[in-house]
Design a binder for this molecule. Structure first.
Ligand code: SAM
Length: 324
């Protein structure tokens, strides 16, 4: 298993397959995607070589992300490519859900096991004002469809936003009462582009924890190999709640993931500047040894913390640029 200088192991890769996103979330891409929509993002053969190398280094979970992964027309092929690499046991994807209803069955058939859908509000008007798209009902219908497809896990992601959705906790919890879905609340992270928004809307994760405990939710013990999320359950609810609180003390101690951008750069952390290209070593099958050596030696440069608490957002203008 890949291990860094601090003894952390890395079974999990977040692989961005496109920078393009069709939503305009106010904390991420408020003016929509501004880059080159026709950029040469990683091809299926490059992804196969990349994932094969990581799998040989002990990685077994791959999350496809972006940008919005479902803007790629070859998405089912990419899912199948990753799912059939020997050693890969879990293929997950994070999506805004706008193609969920039409396409989720084909993703599942291609080998997708886990699905995260970003839903920042269950109020249609607020959802539209955060994302720029009046699509909530359609996305919720897609989630109901996904629930019939025997995924090993379905999660909703919501970024906590002061003055926008932070008063809607009870609506989210009600929705979880009868559904086997995990709700993932994510603390808003400061990026290169969103400093003013961050100052206005950041909610510390502890506030959510206090609200959950006051409503009878209980924290689950962390598992040894669990990632950085804190998990909560309630005996009266089928669903669970998770919290990703990147500003909390020791958050990075449980880091278990690496990232590769849609252009094939290895990123050791969502934040910070460290990373290098891998793409030159994704062109032929016989480059695999060199590729694995580069990954292993880069990993030794991974820092203990993201230093986000110091306002250091490194090379990350917004999370769509590196698969948040
Ligand atoms: N387009 C997909 C989606 O909407 O889920 C995948 C990419 S998106 C960058 C992945 C996740 O990052 C989403 O759940 C989004 O809400 C979250 N995100 C984006 N910017 C963020 C920020 N500044 N702080 C916290 N979470 C953020």
């Amino acid at each position: 298993m890949l291990e860094d200088r601090y003894g952390r192991q890395f079974p999990y890769l977040r692989l961005s397959i496109t920078d393009v996103c069709n939503f305009q979330c106010n904390y991420c891409l408020p003016n929509g995607y501004q880059g080159d929509a026709h950029a040469a993002f990683l091809r299926a053969d490059e992804i196969r070589r990349l994932v094969t190398a990581f799998a040989e280094l002990g990685m077994w979970k791959i999350r496809l992300t972006g940008g919005e992964p479902s803007v790629r027309k070859d998405l089912p092929e990419l899912i199948a490519t990753v799912a059939t690499v020997p050693g890969i046991r879990r293929v997950a994807m994070t999506t805004n859900g706008y193609k969920l209803r039409q396409q989720v069955s084909s993703w599942r058939a291609a080998g997708l096991d886990s699905l995260n859908v970003s839903v920042d509000s269950l109020d249609p008007r607020l959802f539209a004002s955060i994302t720029g798209h009046d699509k909530l009902q359609d996305i919720l219908a897609g989630i109901e469809q996904a629930l019939t497809l025997d995924f090993s896990s379905i999660k909703l992601n919501a970024v906590l936003l002061r003055g926008l959705n932070d008063h809607q906790l009870d609506a989210f919890l009600d929705w979880l009462r009868s559904r086997r879905v995990s709700m993932r609340f994510i603390e808003l992270m400061q990026t290169g582009d969103n400093a003013a928004f961050f100052d206005r809307h950041h909610v510390p994760g502890d506030e959510l924890v206090r609200s959950l405990l006051a409503r009878g939710w209980q924290e689950l013990a962390r598992t040894q190999d669990g990632g950085p999320a804190r998990e909560f359950f309630h005996p009266d609810y089928h669903g669970r709640v998770g919290l990703i609180a990147p500003y909390s003390k020791d958050f990075c101690n449980t880091c278990n993931r690496l990232r590769v951008t849609a252009m094939g750069d290895l990123r050791l952390c969502l934040f910070g500047d460290a990373g290098t290209t891998l793409r030159d070593l994704l062109q032929h099958d016989d480059q695999r040894l060199q590729l694995k050596t580069r990954i292993e030696s880069q990993l030794q440069l991974k820092l203990r913390s993201h230093f986000l608490q110091d306002g250091n957002t490194g090379a990350t203008p917004h999370l769509a640029s590196c698969g948040g």
